[in-house]
Design a protein. Structure first.
Length: 167
């Protein structure tokens, strides 16, 4: 994997760039491989998440940012402001969508172990794509881990993003 950065390195770069600089951005999605112009990118959905009502728990709002990183160099590519309309989803951008995983839940051993497996699957998929090798099994495993790690209320956004070509 010497010609590409690992998914975990790119994810750490995204967290280090986004977390400290955008105080309203309380959640960041797992990495989502997307096709850019002549390159494969990692996309991260970023937005507001917080517990404003203890009875409702940790709530997620629609993503407000899309961070893109180059999968081969690991370099930051672009940060875009997005809204539900960007994904062709009819939803109020200023209203919570539902319950999400809180930051402490994302620090659990099970979550971190599943995140490691997701990164490994993603690395294998990207390496296989780069070398024109079969990757369907690893992609299926990536999807399984992605569903475990992702906030269910964000699945429509993930699905739209995975199917889109980023220009």
């Amino acid at each position: 994997m010497s010609d590409q950065f690992s998914t975990s390195v790119v994810t750490a770069s995204a967290r280090n760039l986004i977390g400290p600089s955008l105080q309203f951005a309380n959640y960041m999605s797992p990495p989502i491989p997307v096709v850019g112009e002549n390159r494969l990118l990692f996309a991260f959905l970023v937005g507001r998440g917080e517990a404003v009502n203890p009875e409702l728990g940790y709530q997620i709002w629609p993503p407000s940012l899309l961070a893109l990183f180059d999968s081969m160099s690991g370099q930051f590519h672009e940060l875009r402001a997005v809204s539900p309309a960007y994904f062709s989803i009819e939803q109020a951008a200023d209203q919570p969508m539902g319950k999400g995983l809180s930051p402490p839940e994302k620090d659990s051993t099970d979550y971190l172990q599943n995140e490691l497996h997701l990164f490994q699957c993603c690395d294998r998929v990207i390496a296989a794509i780069g070398s024109r090798q079969p990757y369907k099994e690893d992609l299926a495993r990536y999807d399984d881990y992605f569903r475990i790690l992702s906030d269910e209320v964000l699945l429509p956004y993930y699905q739209k993003l995975r199917m889109a070509k980023i220009a």
